[in-house]
Ligand binder design. Structure first.
Ligand SMILES: Cc1cc2nc3c(=O)[nH]c(=O)nc-3n(C[C@H](O)[C@H](O)[C@H](O)COP(=O)(O)OP(=O)(O)OC[C@H]3O[C@@H](n4cnc5c(N)ncnc54)[C@H](O)[C@@H]3O)c2cc1C
Length: 226
């Protein structure tokens, strides 16, 4: 007697269907997916591709570690290959995720002893949103540099007085000018630890300013997007 083998059904757990695209501005949106099926530490990123497309890009995880949906905060880059395709995904389309990757995470030894200063340009605020949502009660301060005040993504979700917006192209932020201009004028507590995320120009300039202010490189963590 021959035993017939049932064909093995392959379920690729890396695939997620798009649940929602929530537009925050004309170019920036939250890509909402079902609950995350892997463990990650707030601050980590994933590699994302669209089913049927050979390209992939990295995105920080925007949602908290235990959130009921996996969320990414994405800016559609004009002339970019991948981000415009993400913007035009429809509910039910499949994306593939690999990861999590990276070590841009909170130092748990400093959770109760330090003020966490989160310095972000544009969508570089994404990992900080995940950290703050994951650790309620965290002592933090966000300094967010954008061009226009409308880019203060989900500002209302941060505790009053902890979020500070620097706008370089309009006057309705908390500080009119570049984030680095604000950093030069700002004072920080001695027990501060710094997390910098976004474009490399901002990160290099901000690191230089923090060094001039006497902070050690050991207290500065960076994640460069481009
Ligand atoms: C670790 C890591 C995490 C990242 N997390 C995020 C995230 O959470 N959200 C996000 O929107 N992007 C994030 N990025 C950037 C993302 O991976 C892509 O580079 C971006 O979406 C552009 O891809 P594209 O194919 O549209 O552009 P491409 O055709 O690859 O063109 C790349 C150019 O786009 C510009 N660019 C890249 N990212 C941005 C941006 N965020 N804002 C403005 N200009 C940009 C740069 O000038 C770059 O040279 C991250 C990158 C890294 C390395």
């Amino acid at each position: 007697m021959t035993i017939e083998m049932k064909p093995e059904v392959q379920i690729n757990t890396n695939y997620y269907s798009v649940q929602k695209i929530k537009n925050l501005t004309d170019s920036t949106f939250i890509l909402q997916l079902p609950k995350c099926r892997f463990k990650f530490d707030a601050g980590q990123h994933i590699s994302l591709s669209i089913a049927g497309d050979y390209q992939s890009r990295e995105y920080s995880i925007y949602s908290a570690e235990d959130a009921s949906n996996l969320e990414l905060l994405v800016k559609e880059v004009e002339g970019g290959y991948f981000s415009p395709k993400l913007k035009h995904l429809k509910i039910g389309n499949q994306v593939e995720i690999h990861g999590p990757f990276g070590r841009f995470c909170l130092d748990t030894k400093k959770l109760n002893t330090h003020q966490h200063v989160f310095i972000a340009s544009g969508t570089g605020i994404a990992p900080f949103h995940s950290m703050i949502k994951t650790y309620p009660g965290l002592n933090y301060r966000i300094i967010h540099g954008v061009r226009l005040a409308e880019e203060a993504y989900d500002r209302e979700e941060y505790e009053p007085g902890r979020y500070y917006l620097c706008t370089s192209r309009d006057t309705s932020g908390d500080y009119k000018g570049r984030l680095t201009g604000y950093l030069q004028e700002a004072t920080f507590e001695n027990n501060s630890c710094f997390y910098l995320c976004g474009n490399s120009d901002m990160i290099f300039d901000a690191m230089e300013i923090l060094k001039e202010k006497g902070f050690s490189r050991d207290d500065v963590n960076v994640e460069v997007y481009f």
